[in-house]
Design a protein around this ligand. Structure first.
Ligand SMILES: *[C@@H]1O[C@H](CO)[C@@H](O)[C@H](O)[C@H]1NC(C)=O
Ligand SMILES: *[C@@H]1O[C@H](CO)[C@@H](O)[C@H](O)[C@H]1NC(C)=O
Ligand SMILES: *[C@@H]1O[C@H](CO)[C@@H](O)[C@H](O)[C@H]1NC(C)=O
Ligand SMILES: *[C@@H]1O[C@H](CO)[C@@H](O)[C@H](O)[C@H]1NC(C)=O
Length: 498
């Protein structure tokens, strides 16, 4: 190898070391904030400025914005690539469900040289949903013997917004008998309870109609209403009562449909049909579709597939009704247990499948790994075969870089098949493999060599010109243009003295 090449190699090593230093220390995080439902193409930030880069540097260095699951919420503006723009209208409710804070982390990846920046996009809620009751009308049967102070749970309204835009309180139309309380459930949702202030008299009034209003915390608040029809019963009937006010159960997310979760039970002190209890789910919104209850036995079973990654727990209310129409209520919290049912995922951000020979520390690939499970089921390890001259380096977050471990020699091996294996630590272990092929491209590092160090050709005297007197031959181990040879004769050396 010629001396100039050795020097070139040393400089590459130095650049590589500086780079490693950069990507390991440059992990500050920037947070941007945008209102949900903002129009596509809206300016979010001057990214060059915020990252302290030169104008045009993001374009030159092949910048990419990477969100989880390859979603393209933001884009670099197509002309200059300095500005960050909104790439799609965002719906906070779709992205973050009922979570109080909706923050989507992302990375800005620069290649040439490699550098990562951590950032996050906060999607702020707007009050785009009103509270809504599951039904326009609710029916409540109350015995005239009921004493003031008795509480009657009512079906709650839903508001898809979060934080202060979510449902905050309930009011009821003014009347002499009842007032309403706003209570908070174990999952944070607010439900109404009707409190009896003054005893009912069936001789005076057979039935009452009230209007209940749910208000959210927007300015101005949005509202939803429902009618409550109250029938006053003339009986000495007792209302059913559950053994417990609150039941708790756990269920693995892979439970087959129809699996028994728990059995609830209520007793009613009356005889005959007034003592017969039947069960039903109190709130007929979406929880209804995940679990079902047997009206006679109180057995609660899985009705639809569970997914820990979507819902970790459910709050259900169960109502028991006796033959006279009086009711009792209990609450049930069902916790879903995680099962290792998601394989790890590998997302390739950048791949350089042609790499030059002779240089050390070339970045072949930048990729991220993730796993949709939680806990141990989510933790992953990442590996490649150890008999190949490549290394995996962990980088920020879940990113890895695949780099060459020392210089490669195309003349020895021109192609490598690399298998990246990502395994999680769950039981059973699940793994994902990603195969890639790397071609080593040629550098003109081999001089042509003659088949013999010296050739002796015999020429008879008085030969005529252009007579073929013999052949010399050289080969070159490089490829392509680097291996094409031309021959020429050097001027004759000075005749040897003597
Ligand atoms: C972004 O910020 C840089 C540096 O402050 C500035 O030079 C450039 O003009 C800005 N780009 C735009 C399009 O505003
Ligand atoms: C809830 O279940 C009941 C019967 O179990 C059914 O009549 C009702 O339509 C269900 N509600 C929804 C929203 O699916
Ligand atoms: C790499 O894989 C390809 C296709 O799977 C195969 O044709 C090639 O021979 C492999 N190369 C090496 C060096 O194993
Ligand atoms: C990757 O390569 C390995 C070994 O060469 C092979 O067993 C595996 O099936 C390949 N995987 C994919 C996804 O092609």
């Amino acid at each position: 190898m010629v001396p100039t090449k050795v020097q070139h190699k040393k400089r590459q090593v130095a650049i590589f070391i500086i780079l490693m230093f950069l990507w390991e220390t440059d992990a500050k995080s920037i947070q941007y904030s945008i209102m949900e439902e903002t129009e596509t193409g809206t300016f979010v930030a001057n990214l060059s400025k915020d990252l302290g880069l030169r104008v045009g540097e993001l374009a030159q260095r092949g910048a990419q914005v990477i969100f989880k699951g390859n979603r393209q919420h933001l884009q670099l503006d197509p002309q200059t690539r300095d500005l960050l723009l909104l790439n799609e209208k965002l719906d906070r409710e779709e992205l973050c469900d009922s979570a109080e804070q909706c923050v989507l982390p992302f990375q800005v990846l620069l290649e040439k040289p490699l550098q990562f920046f951590q950032a996050a996009l906060q999607v702020r809620d707007i009050n785009d949903h009103a509270p809504e009751f599951p039904a326009r009308e609710m029916l409540l049967k109350i015995s005239e013997m009921t004493t003031p102070g008795k509480i009657f749970p009512l079906k709650m309204a839903q508001d898809l917004d979060a934080g202060s835009n979510s449902l905050q309180s309930y009011t009821v139309s003014s009347n002499p008998h009842f007032h309403v309380l706003t209570r908070t459930r174990s999952d944070g949702k607010k439900f109404p309870e009707l409190v009896l202030d003054k005893a009912l008299d069936r001789e005076e009034q057979h039935q009452l109609r009230l209007t209940i209003t749910a208000l959210d915390g927007g300015a101005p608040p949005r509202t939803g209403t429902s009618e409550i029809q109250i029938l006053v019963l003339d009986s000495n009937d007792n209302a059913p009562e559950f053994a417990y006010q609150l039941y708790e159960a756990m269920v693995p997310e892979n439970s087959p449909l129809g699996s028994l979760v728990i059995t609830v039970s209520a007793i009613d002190l009356d005889e005959g049909s007034f003592g017969m209890v039947s069960y039903a789910l109190f709130q007929d919104d979406d929880v209804n579709q995940t679990f079902k209850i047997n009206a006679l036995t109180g057995e609660i079973r899985v009705r639809d597939t569970l997914d820990f990654e979507k819902f970790q727990s459910y709050h259900l209310d169960v109502e028991a009704t006796d033959g006279g129409g009086l009711t009792g209520k209990c609450s049930l919290i069902i916790k879903v247990l995680d099962v290792n049912d998601n394989s790890p995922e590998l997302t390739m951000s950048s791949l350089n499948s042609h790499i030059p020979e002779n240089l050390p520390g070339i970045i072949v690939a930048v990729f991220s790994v993730s796993d949709a499970d939680s806990g141990y089921n989510q933790q992953v390890i990442c590996s490649i075969d150890d008999n190949i001259p490549f290394l995996l380096r962990p980088s920020v977050e879940n990113f890895y870089t695949l780099v060459t471990d020392g210089p490669l020699d195309r003349e020895k091996k021109s192609e490598y098949n690399i298998t990246i294996t990502v395994t999680d630590l769950g039981t059973p272990r699940l793994r994902t493999q990603h195969n890639l092929t790397v071609q080593v491209s040629d550098v003109n590092d081999n001089a042509p060599t003659f088949t013999q160090a010296s050739y002796t050709l015999l020429v008879p005297e008085n030969s005529s010109p252009a007579l073929h007197i013999g052949t010399v031959s050289a080969t070159d181990r490089d490829s392509g243009a680097n291996a094409q040879l031309t021959y020429s004769l050097l001027p004759p050396r000075d005749p040897q003295p003597g």
